[in-house]
Design a protein around this ligand. Structure first.
Ligand code: ADP
Ligand code: MG
Length: 596
């Protein structure tokens, strides 16, 4: 038996580094936070080789005194809190006093700093050994040089990815801080080239310069206060949400956080307006009493807990709901790809597409003038078949129709609905919703059987991707493979899709891939095939399903009806809405006061 002994300080810090400094981007985040906490007005970041070779951050903040330089690199040393009360009302980004110590334990680091009215000094750490403070030429603030991350822990270094991937993660960390600190000027350089230069600006301007003008122009402002909460920022309207999936930024007291409660509130708020693309885009700031939120949940401080979580959920939900429903939204929103769910107002004959229906217009006019929600969709295969009493025209095919509860297609209405007749009367099917359900169930079954049939593409679909998307491809080959995708990285900004799940071969492949990568990134590889499996399947299904205004032949419509009959839960779409309803001849007769 070995004896119990305390771990050496260096090893303690190296263990902690595993949590705090996962990759260059996490080191960058910590250092940027320190510069913000030091009251900097300008922060310059210089990266070499995605930050793996070097991360250099310079600020013009308060600086560190010569005699405190070593302390700054010592574990559990901080200038930000000193009592338990302080911990309960954190207003700085840092407070745990472990970031610099952790980074110093796994890199070659130089810390130079100058306090106002004083000279500049620097110290160097090389894994174990720390130099004495030496005079430095620094003119103001603090400059931190981190070289060769994980040079002394090869096992860890192995996990670092390509330069482009690490750079993409660094860029994301930079964006998060830059978005939340609009008043600070930021510069980001990589391998000597300036990638971003953000001058001090208003929050709205900063959001535009980080996320692009398109976001700014199509987003709605949020500005909602309660007694002790203030939520402000911008939320993309559904039209934009389709074209940029990566913009999801939520800050609590200027700290970027990821929190289930918040995500849920946002998703709920977007639910009604975002049928097709289920990825809202937003930059939101929640200002809240620091005492009502716990930020000391995880070393990286991106997780938070709220004391009044229910009330907060409601507050966020209503604020976003309101912003999305604001009147000027309509003018900015492009036409949604999703068919309209409400029935056309009576009468709408002038918009009818000639030739798509074979019954007199008045028939449908009357139908859609009726209260529609009184029709409950009958469960497939279980609805009792009522005998046809008053119509000779069904007699001939009755036997055949009995085995087909959804009947046979008559035509297509407004490019959205399939009209069919069965033995009981009329069936109206929302073709996109129904097809989506079928796709979903098929994909689910295939994934359960570990056999999503892949369709190699004759000509691979190549498209421009951002660094994070490339990173997701690089890191999730197995997951993608299981989902039925083969995606190759052609260059740091180009992806090529070589194969997709067979059921999705007619989808917009680039858009589909963007969405899938987005979800894998959002949920993480470990969740995507487990807890979040249904989400990703729903996304895939939505892409595979026929769109509104696709002309279908009678044969195609009948094929869809037959598929519905053999698909579980086909009577509701993936969003929980009904996919079809039926109205009996008796009901129609009543409407026309027949036989009275
Ligand atoms: P924390 O931020 O949690 O206090 P760190 O290890 O990140 O812990 O930093 C330790 C201390 O070093 C900070 O509390 C702060 O006093 C000092 N420090 C770090 N970076 C800077 C900086 N850029 N400017 C001024 N002081 C800094
Ligand atoms: Mg810190």
């Amino acid at each position: 038996m070995s004896t119990i002994k305390p771990l050496p300080e260096l090893l303690i810090n190296q263990i902690a580094a595993g949590e705090v400094v996962e990759r260059p981007a996490s080191a960058l985040k910590e250092i940027l936070e320190n510069s913000v906490d030091a009251g900097a007005k300008k922060i310059t970041v210089q990266l070499q080789q995605g930050g793996v070779k070097q991360i250099r951050v310079m600020d013009d903040g308060t600086g560190i005194a010569k005699e405190e330089l070593l302390l700054a690199l010592t574990r559990h040393s901080t200038s930000k809190i000193s009592t338990l009360e302080d911990l309960h009302k954190i207003t700085s980004l840092g407070f745990r006093g472990e970031a610099l110590a952790s980074i110093a334990a796994v890199s070659r680091l130089t810390l130079a700093s100058r306090r106002r009215q004083s000279h500049a000094w620097q110290i160097q750490v090389d894994g174990k050994s720390v130099s004495k403070p030496e005079p430095s030429a620094l003119t103001s603030g603090t400059a931190l040089d981190i070289n060769d991350l994980y040079f002394n822990i090869p096992a860890r270094r192995k996990f670092l990815k390509s330069e482009a991937t690490e750079l993409a993660h660094c860029d994301e960390a930079f964006k998060r801080i830059a978005l939340s600190q609009a008043g600070i000027e930021f510069v980001l350089q990589h391998n000597g080239k300036v990638r971003r230069h953000l001058r001090a600006a208003s929050s709205a301007q900063r959001i535009q310069s980080v996320l692009g003008e398109e976001f700014g122009q199509t987003a709605a402002f949020v500005d909602e206060r309660s007694a002790d909460i203030y939520l402000h920022g911008m939320v993309a309207l559904p039209a934009y949400a389709r074209s940029s999936r990566d913009a999801q930024y939520f800050f609590v007291n200027n700290r970027f956080v990821s929190n289930k409660l918040i995500s849920h509130a946002l998703r709920e708020a977007y639910r009604d307006v975002l049928h097709l693309d289920k990825h809202p885009a937003f930059v939101l700031f929640l200002d809240i009493d620091p005492e009502s939120v716990d930020v000391n949940v995880h070393p990286t401080k991106t997780e938070v807990r709220f004391h009044e979580s229910r009330a907060l959920h409601q507050f966020i939900f209503h604020a976003i709901n309101k912003a999305l429903a604001s009147p000027n939204r309509e003018t900015k929103t492009e036409e949604s790809m999703q068919p309209t769910r409400s029935f056309p107002a009576y009468p709408r004959t002038s918009h009818a597409q000639p030739g798509t229906v074979s019954q007199p217009a008045s028939f449908y006019r009357t139908l859609f003038g009726m209260e529609t929600n009184s029709y409950q969709p009958a469960p497939i295969n279980t609805a009792p078949v009522t005998p046809v009493e008053n119509s000779g025209q069904f007699a001939a095919t009755e036997e055949k129709q009995d085995s087909h509860p959804l009947g046979f297609a008559l035509g297509q209405l407004h490019g959205v609905y399939i009209l069919a007749q069965n033995t009981r009367g009329l069936v109206v099917v929302d073709m996109h919703a129904a097809h989506e359900r079928i796709m979903y169930e098929k994909l689910k079954q295939a994934l359960d059987n570990h056999a999503v049939p892949m369709q190699p593409l004759l000509i691979p679909v190549t498209f421009h991707a951002d660094g994070l998307e490339v990173a997701v491809v690089e890191e999730n080959q197995t997951t993608l493979d299981q989902l039925g995708f083969e995606i190759a990285i052609l260059s740091p900004t180009t992806l090529a899709v070589r194969a997709v799940p067979a059921t999705l071969q007619h989808a917009d492949i680039a858009q589909l891939t963007h969405d899938i990568l987005r979800e894998i990134r959002e949920y993480g590889a470990s969740q995507i095939l487990t807890a979040k499996r249904n989400e990703i399947l729903a996304t895939m299904a939505c892409h595979g399903a026929i769109r509104a205004n696709r002309k279908l032949t009678i044969e195609e419509m009948n094929a869809l009806l037959r598929e519905m009959e053999i698909t579980e839960r086909a009577n509701q779409c993936n969003h929980g809405r009904p996919t079809w309803f039926e109205t009996s001849l008796a009901d129609l007769d009543k409407l026309f006061m027949r036989g009275k």
